[in-house]
Design a protein around this ligand. Structure first.
Ligand code: CTP
Length: 212
């Protein structure tokens, strides 16, 4: 059976023992992809940041918190996987210093210094085995096609699913989505607005089963 790794949800980057930086990802798209991959017969591993969702039946789920933890789990599972879909909204930055216990407030403003996290997809692209498929997401406010194609190439991906942000009922946190799929071979396949389960089913069909 082919093995697939799907990442989902946000990451949390700690400031101290009780505070963190995160984002509005609900995890719904990644969980739908894991369910669709399982339904299509893949041995499916879901690496999930903190979400309110229940893992799909039959999917081995690894819960992580930070970008560093997600990188460790995804890279380990990707080593023998036939495909990886990075649907997680991985933090690009984390606090450069993490305080032990609870940070006390001081008079005046606080300036936080952030450092870059590892770009997991870029790392996977650098060690991609022949035959392994790598699929990424690009959430863009403008110049969707331009930025998506740049990510596709720079990260050595086979497919990228691009969606617009700032479009109310689709994307981050919403129940529906619409994406355009771009392949490294020059295909451009729009998947129109639908529930995330249907979008996930189409992504699996097109990107993994080569069924347009
Ligand atoms: N990604 C990743 N590791 C990160 C950040 C993102 O693997 N540290 C993955 C995401 O899961 C997604 C894709 O990379 O599949 C998104 O690409 P990215 O360049 O991070 O997009 P943005 O975060 O929107 O960055 P930019 O500000 O450059 O548009």
């Amino acid at each position: 059976m082919s093995k697939i790794v799907v990442s989902a949800g946000p990451t949390r980057e700690s400031l101290d023992d009780i505070r963190f930086l995160s984002n509005r990802s609900s995890g719904k798209m990644g969980y739908a992809l894991a369910a669709a991959a399982r339904a299509a017969g893949f041995d499916t591993v879901l690496v999930s940041g903190p979400t309110a969702l229940t893992p799909p039946d039959g999917v081995r789920t690894i819960q992580v918190e930070s970008a560093a933890e997600m990188a460790e789990a995804v890279k380990r599972e990707a080593a023998d996987a036939d495909a990886v879909i990075m649907a997680a909204a991985v933090a690009d930055y984390r606090p450069a210093e993490v305080f032990d216990g609870k940070m006390k407030k001081q008079p005046g403003d606080l300036v936080l210094r952030l450092e870059r996290t590892e770009d997991i997809l870029l790392s996977l692209g650098r060690v991609k085995r022949s035959g392994q498929r790598l699929i990424g997401f690009a959430a863009e406010a403008d110049s969707l096609e331009h930025y998506a194609l740049d990510k596709l190439q720079r990260k050595n991906l086979d497919w990228i699913a691009a969606n617009r942000i700032g479009h109310g009922e689709q994307g981050f946190g919403a129940d529906r989505n619409a994406v355009i799929l771009f392949s490294s071979t020059g295909k451009r396949i729009p998947v129109p607005l639908a529930g995330k389960a249907e979008i996930a089913r189409r992504i699996i069909e097109i990107c993994l089963l080569d069924r347009p």
